[in-house]
Unconditional design. Sequence first.
Length: 134
Amino acid sequence: EVTEASRYAPCTEVAKEFKEACYFEQPAWWGYAYGQAFKDIGLLCDALTEVPEREACFRGIGNALIAPTAAGRDVDAIITACKLMPEERGEILCREASAWVLSGDPEFEGEWRDICRGLEGEDAALCLVSDTFI
C-alpha cells in the first residue's frame, strides 16, 4: 500500500548520486500502485523540487508507458498519456523517453519518430535526439 509518507520511497532514502536513476524508475512502480493513472503520476513528478530529479521522473513516465500494461507500443496512446502531464516540459520529456526506448527496437525503426509528431522547434529536436538521451 502506498501512503503519503511512503509514496516517494525509496528515492527519498538513496544517496544523492542515485536519486535521478531512482526517480526515473519510480513511475513504473507508481503505474502499478495507482493503476496506470498517468495524470496523477505526472503530478507526483511535478511535485519534486529538484529539477534533475523531476525531469528524470517525467522521462520515467515515458519509459513506463512502453510496458504492455500501459500504452505498449501504441504511438497515439503514448502521446495521449504524455499530454496528461501537468506542464509542457513534462509532456516533452515523457515523449522523449518513449521515443528513446522505441528507437532501439528494430521493429519500430521508423515509427518511433511519430511519438514526436506535433512538436516544433527545440521541443521536437529534444524529442528526436534519441542518441543523447542517457
